[in-house]
Each structure stands twice: as C-alpha cells, then as structure tokens.
Design a protein around this ligand. Structure first.
Ligand code: IMP
Ligand code: MG
Length: 179
C-alpha cells in the first residue's frame, strides 16, 4: 500500500488496506449467502462509487442473484450538496423482488433517504442496505444498515471506488484526507 498520496490538491494517508477490505467484504458476502439462501436477491448498486464494492460483494456471495445499477449524484468536491439527482434510471422491474441496495459510503444519508421512498413505490417485497462505509457522526436520517463494512470517522476518504472529484476510484485501498 502506498504511503501518502496526492489527489488533486489534497494529501491522503492510508486508512484501510486492500486486505482489510477484502476480509470484511467476504464476511458480508457469507452473511448475505446465509440470509438469502434459496432466494434470488437483486443487488442494486448505486453508481459510481459502489462499482468496486458491488463487484467484490457479489463474488463473495454463494447464491443465485442478479445485479443492476442506478446512478445518483449528490457530491461536488469534498462536500455533500444535500440534493440528489438520478442520472441513470433503472431498467429492471423491482416488483416482488428482494432488493439489496449496495452503497460505497453513507455520509449524511441524504442519498439513501431520497432514494428509498422512490424504490419502495416500485413494489419490492423487501429492501435492505449493504454499505461498505458509514460516517455515523454525519448521519442526518435514521437508516438501518443491514450489512455494514466499517464505521469510519468524519474524514473524507478516497479509493476502492470512492473518488475526490473524479480521481482515486482505481486505488485498491482506502485513503483518508490528512489533517
Ligand atoms: P450522502 O448522501 O451524504 O449519504 O452521501 C452519499 C454519497 O456521497 C456516497 O455514495 C458517495 O458517493 C459520496 N461520499 C460521501 N462521503 C464520501 C467520502 O468521504 N469520499 C468520497 N465520496 C463520498
Ligand atoms: Mg455513492
């Protein structure tokens, strides 16, 4: 794992190694495989940030499942704008499906809070959240996260799908903004 890295104008330091992330994702996958044994859940990954987590999570799940994507955006630079835009719509019917929403990180919870009622209207039979990261200090809405990777402090992170203004998504590990 690299030491400090420069992304645009900010320095970031190592926070979670690729090995730590993989180990946790495998645990989550095992849990999902047990909970959904004999069922056929639909993973709905929220782009862009969750693409890497979703790819690893579904591979860690030993069950019949489907994967679809939706794209929403709420961040500009290092801060949440609070408003979400759905950029890429959904082309799979959710009616009667057992949905597992896959999110890279839950910060204010604005994205999930805005998205959940819309998805609910589409009639899934169940809907749970799988999130790799949660910043509990930032959460503005009560959200139940069924499958959570790590709780992290309120510091901006990049890597493993997460970006800072478009950069850093390809890093295999997660880095935290230096103080
Ligand atoms: P929320 O709506 O405030 O919960 O933010 C959710 C979205 O903001 C996440 O899906 C991420 O794409 C992005 N985000 C939140 N915190 C970070 C961070 O520390 N690094 C990179 N992206 C973040
Ligand atoms: Mg995201």
């Amino acid at each position: 794992m690299k030491n400090e890295i420069l992304v645009h104008d900010h320095w970031f330091e190592p926070y979670l190694s690729a090995e730590q992330i993989q180990a946790r994702v495998v645990e989550l996958g095992r849990k999902i495989s047990v909970d959904y044994a004999g069922k056929r859940p639909l993973f709905l990954a929220i782009l862009n940030g969750s693409f890497m987590f979703a790819a690893d999570l579904v591979r860690a799940c030993d069950l019949e499942c489907e994967l679809a994507f939706i794209k929403v955006t709420s961040y500009r630079g290092l801060e949440s704008t609070g408003k979400i835009e759905t950029v890429l719509g959904l082309n799979v019917p959710l009616e009667g499906r057992q949905l597992i929403l896959v999110e890279d990180i839950i910060d204010s919870g604005n994205t999930m809070n805005a998205l959940l009622p819309d998805l609910h209207k589409m009639g899934p039979s169940s809907m749970v959240i799988a999130a790799l990261l949660l910043k509990p200090e930032c959460l503005k809405h009560p959200l139940h996260i069924e499958y959570l990777g790590f709780e992290i402090p309120n510091r901006f992170v990049v890597g493993y799908g997460l970006d800072y203004d478009g950069l850093g998504r390809n890093l295999p590990a997660i880095y935290q903004l230096k103080k």
